[in-house]
Design a protein around this ligand. Structure first.
Ligand SMILES: Nc1ncnc2c1ncn2[C@@H]1O[C@H](COP(=O)(O)OP(=O)(O)OP(=O)(O)O)[C@@H](O)[C@H]1O
Ligand SMILES: [Mg+2]
Length: 265
């Protein structure tokens, strides 16, 4: 079970994030990044954060710790920003929280060297979950304690928006040309050899089992939350077969030589 905490104080919005995640304090006196259930992207964003975040962790990649967090919308009454107040009011109940990494800095390819092995593991993992949100424009990685930490998996597993086409979508290639770690010569073959055998049905069901029922309930075409969990596991299991053969890498642009790296910041 994901740990459960309750919001005691809304601190500030994290404006770098399009979904306006909030920095909050909880009843365990710790700070969390809160992803709102009432945000425009909907609850599937939270499902993706849970399944992919836990899977990443089980595969040895670093991600902030996850928790479920209860929010009383009353917390938002004194919030002057109408956008933030709207989010707080529409997100009463269960939301997703991540440990706030207070001394983390955003990943900068010019300042932080990544080995081909580590780049390979991240690119392979992103291919597995169909993550299109780790480009050099928006790397969604932090450096914390000298280590690379992955965040923001909410836009992955795009196929869960159309379950009928999920199996076909899972067989599709992954274009990693724009991936933030493409210039580090990702060794996806080594990553596949190491990680693919670890992606078992049991592991996937374990990760999906951590998603709260209420984020899976009422999914059209499914009898209940457990059937949806099995569909996530089955689709990811299809995706993992021969995945490294379906990853397209670019020419391996050197970050220091590219003109694009400083754009869009
Ligand atoms: N666990 C964390 N610890 C510290 N800072 C964080 C953490 N999670 C997110 N942030 C900061 O908040 C920003 C927004 O977070 P995140 O990318 O998850 O939000 P988002 O709304 O999904 O973003 P996007 O615009 O990429 O869709 C990050 O770029 C980072 O600066
Ligand atoms: Mg982001």
């Amino acid at each position: 079970m994901l740990p459960e905490v309750t919001v005691t104080r809304y601190v500030t919005p994290l404006r770098e994030g399009g979904s306006l995640p909030g920095l909050v304090e909880a009843d365990d006196l710790r700070l969390y990044v809160l992803k709102f259930s009432g945000a425009g992207q909907g609850r599937k964003t939270l499902v993706a954060e849970v399944i992919c975040g836990l899977l990443a962790r089980r595969l040895g990649l670093r991600v902030p710790g996850l928790a479920q967090i209860r929010l009383d919308p009353v917390i938002g009454l004194g919030e002057p920003d109408p956008e933030v107040q709207g989010l707080l009011k529409s997100s009463g109940g269960l939301n997703l929280a991540m440990d706030f990494l207070s001394r983390a800095i955003g990943f900068d390819p010019l300042a932080y060297e990544v080995s081909a092995e580590e780049a390979g593991r991240v690119v392979w993992f992103d291919a597995l979950i169909n993550n299109v949100d780790r480009s050099w424009r928006n790397p969604n990685m932090l450096v914390h304690g000298g280590e690379l930490c992955l965040i923001d998996h909410g836009a992955s597993m795009i196929w869960h928006h159309n379950w009928r086409g999920a199996e076909a979508s899972a067989a599709k290639p992954y274009d990693a040309t724009d991936h933030a770690l493409a210039p580090f010569g990702p060794d996806v073959a080594a990553a596949a050899a190491e990680l693919a055998p670890r992606v078992t049905e049991e592991l996937l069901l374990e990760c999906a089992g951590e998603v709260p029922d209420e984020w899976l309930a009422g999914e059209p075409g499914f009898a209940g939350p457990d059937e949806v969990r099995r569909a996530y596991a089955a689709t990811l299991l299809t995706r993992v077969q021969g995945l490294d053969q379906r990853i397209t890498l670019g020419a391996g642009t050197e970050p220091s030589k590219s003109t694009g790296w400083r754009q869009g910041r």
